[in-house]
Design a protein around this ligand. Sequence first.
Ligand code: 6PG
Length: 484
Amino acid sequence: MEPKGDIAVIGLAVMGQNLILNMNDNGFTVVAFNRTVSKVNDFLDGEAKGTNIIGAQSVEEMVANLKRPRKVMLMVKAGEVVDKFIEMVLPHLEEGDVIIDGGNSHFPDTIRRTKMLEEKGMLYIGTGVSGGEEGARKGPSIMPGGSPKAWPLVKDIFQAISAKTDSGEPCCDWVGENGAGHYVKMTHNGIEYGDMQLICEAYQLMKEGLGLSTDEMHEVFTEWNKGELDSYLIEITRDILGYKTEEGEVVVEQILDTAGQKGTGKWTGISSLDLGVPVTLIGEAVFSRCLSALKDERVAASKVLKGPGTSFEGDKKVFVKDIEKALLASKLVSYAQGYMLLREAAKEHGWNLNYGGIALMWRGGCIIRSTFLGKIKEAFENNPDLHNLLLDDWFKGVIDDCQASWRKVVQEAIRLGIPVPAFTTALAFYDGYRNPRLPANLLQAQRDYFGAHTYERLDKPRGEYFHTNWTGRGGNTSASTYTV
Ligand code: 6PG
């Protein structure tokens, strides 16, 4: 009998199960497999009852049920587990078959795996899948990269199950070669970290600075979600602030203030340092999580270290509006930085990224989905060579409109002693980026003074290096001019 399976999915944790059910809803025949085989039976007797999903009891059975070229998708924990499953499946596949990794893998692993599989005549896809459990079930944002020849083989499945924009476009398209898909997903997560941190800073300002109650903040977020900030993260924050137990207790206020992290934000920060791109806001967002994790130290320090002892004295309603604007302006900077990173990574890895297309992929289904992403897409449509989003007319207009409020919020936070690292770094980046003369001339002089590291001059062509014998003792020998 001819095999019926369009695709196999290995890994029946909630993301895997939901993706399978989503594929089934869209008319594809999915073969489900899990290393602990009892989970396959549980799934078939439970969620998958009455569907066309085929359960496999072994890798052999899974493969035998697949149409050629076979497509096997791994929905397993990122890291070594992915390599283990590739090893397990590989002997059963043949040339032209595709392995797909749908976890949050680190992009260098995906680059390595693509190469390894292609050398064996197979195809590989490393794809970001964003949107959590609900997204996987109803339509995630899907960011596939890897072997270009694999894309036409999975395109129909992926675009069918993905989220759609309001105008019906799928939030899934080919990102680029080898690790490009996972790189874009990693950057998505970094931006997610930034958005979450900005929202948390707004919350702390309203709570500690203005003394607003959670009910009042619930109202504020309800309003914000109707404006430019309209997004999934603002929406869930609204709902979290409005969520109470049956006894009327506000759950968010019962949660320990210690953030966890699985690593994708950290990877974004590391990659930005490697590539020399100032992705400062995501960096601060990661460090803020680290600082939050030092709960015991902070509690001890709070008994010793004093703040300014000032309180807010202005109009609270006006200041809430200022915070909204500061949040929007900072968010714009964060996305501009994220796109700067993508541009540099594309150069480094030889990826031909479609920047507007990436915004479209993030427009629906994923955690950072928002109306604002439509503006990024428009910016790249208006100017495909746009070097920095901040230079786009819409971005520039919003920042002009928000700037006074943004500065006021940062000043007031500093005056009140409330930490707003993401708001602050966004503003510092903005002021640095728009400044034609930064104090790095002095820094170069210092480097040349103590280490003869040389400097370039304003009045000479770039690439010519000079050394000054600052002390009259060091001689005229300069250190080599390499840069890391
Ligand atoms: C998504 C999320 C998803 C996940 C992150 C959370 O796009 O659906 O980003 O990938 O929720 O792993 O990351 P942290 O645990 O690091 O916050």
